[in-house]
Design a protein around this ligand. Structure first.
Ligand SMILES: [Zn+2]
Length: 156
């Protein structure tokens, strides 16, 4: 069975199969399976449609439109499964390319689980962990790989 590695924000619900939903990095979850729409910032507001002129030169203001991304709900359904990588080195590279992580805000977990047959926003694996295999890594186990990857990214 494959082992998967994931950076998990400490302000998110605990890492377990039941909570295994993903959105793009940086999205704010409003519940376990829904996140605030990034297109409208959660207002559901899509701005106004175009103003139109009638034949007798009356201006009809555009109608208020719902946000296209979330259809006006302000939230979007997250994808089932956790976004993760198949090695610590891959995970470190993934985050180095996106500005790195703040070690005081995240933990890194290793787990086995069921890989979903679709992938995340960046083409990474989405996996529902097997709760009995979840292990939180000590910073000493993962920080060096991340520091190396970030140094390589800065020098690239
Ligand atoms: Zn929206």
């Amino acid at each position: 069975m494959n082992t998967y590695y994931r950076v998990h924000r400490r302000d998110l619900p605990a890492l377990c199969a039941e909570n295994a939903y993903s959105a793009e990095w940086g999205m704010n979850f409003v519940s376990v399976s829904e996140f605030r729409c990034g297109n409208c910032g959660g207002t559901g507001d899509g701005g106004y449609g175009p103003d139109t002129w009638t034949d007798d030169d009356k201006l009809i203001p555009g109608e208020a439109m719902p946000c296209e991304a979330c259809c006006g709900s302000g939230t979007e359904e997250a994808q089932r499964g956790y976004s993760c990588c198949e090695s610590l080195a891959q995970l470190a590279d993934y985050f180095a390319a996106r500005g790195g992580v703040s070690p005081e805000l995240v933990d890194v977990y290793a787990f086995a689980g069921q890989e979903m047959n679709f992938s995340g926003a960046d083409g990474e694996a989405l996996v529902i962990p097997d709760d009995t295999t979840i292990r939180k890594l000590e910073p000493a186990e993962w920080l060096p790989a991340f520091q190396t990857a970030e140094a390589a990214e800065v020098g690239a």
